[in-house]
Ligand binder design. Structure first.
Ligand code: 13P
Length: 256
């Protein structure tokens, strides 16, 4: 982390877990533990139906609410979809874009991710853009090229003045939900590479203002070491974000 230039952000990605009633119980437990963290921004990316409950329970706290997806258009005949303006109006501040599960199971490609990044920004939401490689891509040595391509594509329609609103999350697919975390060095190396790509596109000053998270089996034990890397500015936390004590430990680990 380097808090001088950019915000540390610890975000929980609840994925497809928790009903509104369960959301109430989880946030009631979490709220007293994380709502006073001043050294980082705490974000809960909850399922769409849980957004009203989460926004209501956390209003007047420092905890922000995120969504996990959005449609690339503002409105129209797209049954089952939710748009950026809808999320904004519901009190959402962040939205996860291009998560590997959406790329893998819902056919989202880099062109669509780019459209969604622009849709998020034009609605006044901060996109958390996920990038990362599969195990076979890592083993064949293409991680850096692949991640560079994903970053460049995601930023292709983003004016430099809005760059600091974009958050990146480096999530190696082989580390998601597997208990197999990237080493701190691996995470730091790719996060540094992401910043280098942004620097080459837009220059040093905008690049150093971008928050770059790590995600993939981050937990209470490994968070401090990952976050000690200079270019790892936070975490996008799946499984551990559903356990209040573990998530709180990760938030506290970012106070270093
Ligand atoms: P896990 O923390 O469960 O590995 O999930 C990471 C992730 O996909 C966050 O978006």
């Amino acid at each position: 982390m380097n808090r001088r230039y950019r915000k540390t952000i610890i975000a929980g990605n609840w994925k497809m877990n928790k009903t509104p009633a369960e959301t109430r119980a989880l946030i009631d437990e979490l709220k007293p533990m994380v709502s006073k963290a001043k050294w980082c921004e705490v974000v809960l990316c909850v399922p769409f139906v849980d957004i009203p409950m989460a926004v209501r329970l956390l209003k007047d706290t420092r905890v922000a609410i995120g969504a996990q997806n959005l449609h690339q258009l503002d409105s129209g005949a797209y049954t089952g979809e939710v748009s950026g303006p809808m999320l904004k109006n519901a009190g959402v501040k962040y939205v996860v874009v291009g998560h590997s599960e959406r790329r893998q199971y819902f056919g989202e490609d880099d062109a669509l991710v780019s459209e969604k990044v622009q849709a998020a920004l034009s609605a006044g939401l901060r996109p958390i853009v996920c990038v990362g490689e599969t195990l076979s891509q890592r083993e064949s040595g293409v991680t850096m090229e692949l991640v560079a391509y994903q970053v460049k594509s995601a930023l292709s329609g983003v004016p430099v003045a809005r760059l600091r609103e974009v958050v990146f999350a480096y999530e190696p697919i082989w580390a998601i939900g597997t208990g197999r975390t990237a080493t701190a060095e691996q995470a730091g190396e790719v996060c540094n590479h992401i910043r280098t790509v942004i620097r080459k596109m837009h220059g040093a000053r905008p690049a150093r203002s971008v928050t770059i998270q790590y995600g993939g089996s981050m937990n209470a034990e490994n968070a401090a070491e990952l976050l000690a890397q200079l270019d790892v500015d936070g975490g996008l936390v799946g499984g551990a974000s559903l356990k209040p004590k573990d998530f709180t430990a990760i938030v506290n680990a970012s106070n270093q």
